[in-house]
Design a protein around this ligand. Structure first.
Ligand SMILES: Nc1ncnc2c1ncn2[C@@H]1O[C@H](COP(=O)(O)OP(=O)(O)OP(=O)(O)O)[C@@H](O)[C@H]1O
Ligand SMILES: Nc1ncnc2c1ncn2[C@@H]1O[C@H](COP(=O)(O)OP(=O)(O)OP(=O)(O)O)[C@@H](O)[C@H]1O
Ligand SMILES: [Mg+2]
Ligand SMILES: [Mg+2]
Lengths: 253, 253
């Protein structure tokens, strides 16, 4: 049975996609059969692996709009050993309204995953900056949510709001759903704001906060242009070192 | 008749809220009667002015859920001369599904603004990182959209997707709707990525790109903790200087 992890944070630009991509790639590199699922209409995860060519292959769209489809119809290789993806396609945004009137609309992803039982060790799900239906589907499909938090002022407010959605879904669908970790991202050691906010997050949330902080490192912003994870684009960069440390922490959770 | 400007970018964390808040505050400082409208369930604009105390005053929520309400029921002062706000309240996210079945659901904001005719010189609307109903309402209510783009790899892809939504709404509701400007944000002069992406944006989009680039400046990330716009929090910072230059460019559009 795969260990399923959803990245979630309704605040924009907190490093969800960067974390999903690099965590997935590092787990694959370590030998774990890993599936990435791109639940974001913006398809940044798909783009970040250079897989956003126009084609007629099924995407997450075809899975979500037809609940009789298993996730297996949309599996694609990534060119990276041990790493597969269910890609997104720009245009998915229209689906959220179509999904809104489907019964059991929060469980479509979960139900589709029956078809991939036994195929993977890890499934990593990337979500949009929203607590809407795509994110809810990801949260119902998983037991663990990892929250990337940018070390800026309203990080804690954002996580409080996210916890409310989690509680609703836990009570309604998924009793084991929990935040398994919070990771501080875009940490800039040159300014005190990063340090102050990281300390506040640690004080407030305690053990759920990963020790690893992902530093501001321009290589992480460049790697998607090359369609590569950081471990391939710049394996000795501060970003690669941090994500490797982070992946090892995730394995120990 | 007010000049109405909507900030939009479905990519997360590109500086929409920071730009809306600081543009609004600078216009107010210059003597223009200015209204900020917070259309984001995350209410960051509202928080950034320190106005997110729990209270029973009407928010944008009450306006959107009852199309018979005019926007005037939710006007609040901000403590800053010439600057009013229609605040958001955490919890607005539930409204998007409720709105989804209302006829003319894309026009609710526009219709509510009849009640504020003549009260303001400028109306600045902040939107969530999404092309969903809140952003669509903002785009139908305005003629001009300003797009803050972070100078990172997929900035141009994001604007192409946004232009598709704009085209649909222009054809359906609002023939004068257009992108009046694109502003490069979070520009880091110490790395070549910022420069390369900013040049690419300028080559691709031409005159619609503002000359002003907003630099990475930690004061801009600190100011919301103080509940102040940058012009009050750190008036001599690189961020304040840039936003002042930007406001003057907006006046000349
Ligand atoms: N540690 C870092 N250092 C430098 N740049 C980073 C870092 N982490 C992410 N980035 C860059 O910052 C931008 C935002 O990150 P990312 O897209 O991963 O966030 P996100 O939470 O997925 O955003 P969205 O809310 O839009 O889905 C991207 O351009 C990314 O390449
Ligand atoms: N030029 C800048 N320099 C440093 N920090 C900035 C700058 N512009 C914005 N920030 C900070 O970066 C974060 C993201 O900015 P902001 O919230 O304005 O983006 P947004 O597009 O409104 O995000 P969302 O998509 O979540 O609505 C905030 O914490 C903000 O304070
Ligand atoms: Mg993302
Ligand atoms: Mg915002």
């Amino acid at each position: 049975n795969p260990r399923i992890i959803a990245m979630a944070s309704q605040k924009g630009g907190t490093g969800k996609t960067t974390t999903a991509l690099n965590l997935g790639a590092l787990l694959a590199e370590m030998g774990y059969k890993t599936l990435l699922i791109d639940m974001d209409p913006q398809a940044n995860l798909t783009m970040g692996l250079g897989l956003d060519k126009v084609n007629s292959a099924p995407s997450i769209y075809e899975v979500l709009l037809n609940p009789r489809h298993g996730l297996d119809i949309a599996l694609q290789t990534t060119g990276i050993s041990n790493l597969d993806i269910v890609p997104s396609k720009l245009g998915l945004a229209g689906a959220e309204i179509e999904l809104a009137v489907t019964p059991e609309r929060q469980k479509i992803l979960k139900n589709s995953m029956v078809s991939i039982t036994g195929l993977y060790d890890f499934v990593i799900i990337d979500t949009p900056p929203s607590l809407g239906l795509y994110t809810q589907n990801a949260m119902v499909a998983t037991r663990e949510v990892i929250v990337p938090l940018q070390v800026h002022v309203f990080a804690l407010k954002a996580i409080q709001q996210l916890q409310k959605t989690l509680t609703v879904l836990r009570n309604k669908h998924n009793p084991k759903l929990h935040i398994s970790g919070v990771v501080c991202t875009m940490y800039d050691s040159r300014n005190s704001l990063s340090r102050v906010i990281a300390d506040t997050i640690k004080e407030d949330l305690g053990d759920v906060v990963f020790d690893t902080k992902i530093p501001m490192n321009i290589a992480l912003a460049e790697a998607p242009a090359a369609g590569q994870p950081i471990s391939m684009y710049a394996p000795n960069s501060a970003g690669a070192i941090a994500y490797r440390k982070f992946a090892n922490e995730v394995l120990k959770v």
